[in-house]
Write a protein that binds this ligand. Structure first.
Ligand SMILES: *[C@@H]1O[C@H](CO)[C@@H](O)[C@H](O)[C@H]1NC(C)=O
Ligand SMILES: *[C@@H]1O[C@H](CO)[C@@H](O)[C@H](O)[C@H]1NC(C)=O
Ligand SMILES: *[C@@H]1O[C@H](CO)[C@@H](O)[C@H](O)[C@H]1NC(C)=O
Ligand SMILES: *[C@@H]1O[C@H](CO)[C@@H](O)[C@H](O)[C@H]1NC(C)=O
Ligand SMILES: *[C@@H]1O[C@H](CO)[C@@H](O)[C@H](O)[C@H]1NC(C)=O
Ligand SMILES: *[C@@H]1O[C@H](CO)[C@@H](O)[C@H](O)[C@H]1NC(C)=O
Ligand SMILES: *[C@@H]1O[C@H](CO)[C@@H](O)[C@H](O)[C@H]1NC(C)=O
Length: 313
């Protein structure tokens, strides 16, 4: 009786978790605009034009409701209110050469960014005041934060020697946790499973624990492409492949085309619903450690659209 009760609860919570991650919204950018994508309806809504810059990073201030992004060529960090209908762009800070990576810490109210040719990691307040240089780097491209555990992850990119660095919030970079022998332009952190995800330039999606151990390829596509857009939430990795927006089911290693867009996608940001309540969501996987039951269950409630081969255009 008691067991049945727990199983039902698990079933219910798992359905909620799956359904909510497939019901969410995400933002993506092409070389001129930022779009909102509704995962359930597959509607694409253009939000703003960002004036012809390349835009690789998007992040959200969950407490005040602003989307932040760097305009690499214009050398500035911008923001606009979301989901407000008045999406007037505001300049937060003027930067050095080629700001490409950005991450927002909504809890401590800081914006972090890195400059590809400036070689530096910076932090400022949400309104652009109090700019501080934190560290010197070598061609940094992506920054991600684990706010709960106070870790910064940085991807430095080189044609044959990219690497992932890990640092505490307030001190200089000390640890290289992953050495890669290829060009990598994207990386995301899964705060629930404490894993990092990235795509190498032969199209494989790889993953490692957040201490750099257990590096593995979770999807092998054999199609070479330089992808800059990846994000992770719940059971899924969201990523771009040229102009295609795709969803990878982490457990089943199956992928689905969410959207065939009309132009190349450079950046992706997935809204993490419940980000304000991470403790509640953290508890769910613990209750659902019935792997044998969990797997077929996932199959039954699959709502994924038909599998589409990447080689199809
Ligand atoms: C998150 O929590 C903060 C502080 O509790 C609150 O002000 C804010 O509205 C919440 N944001 C969202 C998106 O729920
Ligand atoms: C929109 O927001 C901007 C910047 O906050 C403000 O200057 C402007 O007056 C607002 N426009 C409207 C129509 O509310
Ligand atoms: C500005 O940054 C410095 C260094 O990080 C910090 O010690 C100080 O408290 C900050 N001041 C404000 C007003 O944010
Ligand atoms: C990465 O490479 C550097 C330099 O070759 C080396 O010092 C470091 O131990 C390596 N780290 C890992 C985690 O492989
Ligand atoms: C990729 O290539 C490897 C080795 O050539 C092969 O084993 C694998 O099946 C290929 N994968 C796909 C998805 O084509
Ligand atoms: C994307 O394009 C492929 C190949 O043309 C097609 O099979 C698929 O249904 C499309 N997917 C969406 C979501 O439009
Ligand atoms: C980016 O997407 C917007 C909105 O759909 C579109 O108007 C614009 O032409 C696209 N940019 C490029 C370079 O295709």
């Amino acid at each position: 009786m008691e067991v049945t009760g727990w199983l039902c609860l698990c079933l219910l919570l798992h359905c909620i978790e799956l359904a909510s991650s497939l019901r969410g919204k995400l933002l993506f950018s092409n070389s001129t605009s930022i779009m909102e994508f509704d995962v359930a309806t597959q509607n694409v809504t253009p939000l703003i034009e960002h004036a012809g810059s390349r835009l690789f990073a998007l992040d959200f201030d969950y407490s005040k409701g602003y989307v932040y992004f760097p305009r690499a060529l214009q050398q500035e960090i911008m923001r606009f209110p979301y989901t407000s209908t008045n999406r007037t762009l505001q300049t937060v800070v003027k930067t050095g050469l080629l700001p490409v990576g950005l991450a927002v810490d909504s809890v401590n109210e800081h914006v972090y960014w890195i400059e590809y040719y400036g070689f530096e990691l910076y932090r400022c307040n949400m309104d652009g005041t109090n700019i501080t240089v934190l560290s010197t780097l070598r061609n940094p491209f992506v920054i991600r934060l684990d706010v709960t555990n106070r870790w910064i992850y940085i991807l430095e990119t080189q044609p044959t020697a990219s690497r992932i660095l890990k640092s505490r919030f307030d001190i200089a970079i000390t640890q290289t946790i992953v050495n890669l022998t290829t060009h990598v332009l994207c990386m995301a952190i899964d705060n629930d499973e404490n894993r990092l995800y990235w795509m190498i330039d032969d199209g494989d999606i790889q993953s490692a624990k957040d201490d750099g151990s257990d590096v593995k390829t979770i999807l092998s596509t054999n199609v070479s492409i330089s992808n800059c857009a990846i994000d992770v939430f719940g059971s899924y990795v969201y990523y771009a492949y040229g102009s295609h927006l795709l969803l990878l089911n982490k457990a089943q290693e199956t992928q689905t085309v969410l959207c065939n867009y009309t132009s190349r996608i450079d950046g992706i940001f997935v809204f993490k619903s419940g980000r304000n309540n991470t403790k509640i969501w953290r508890g769910i996987p613990l209750m659902c450690k019935f792997h044998a039951i969990r797997k077929p269950l996932k199959n039954q409630i699959q709502i994924l659209i038909a599998w589409t081969s990447l080689t199809q255009n």
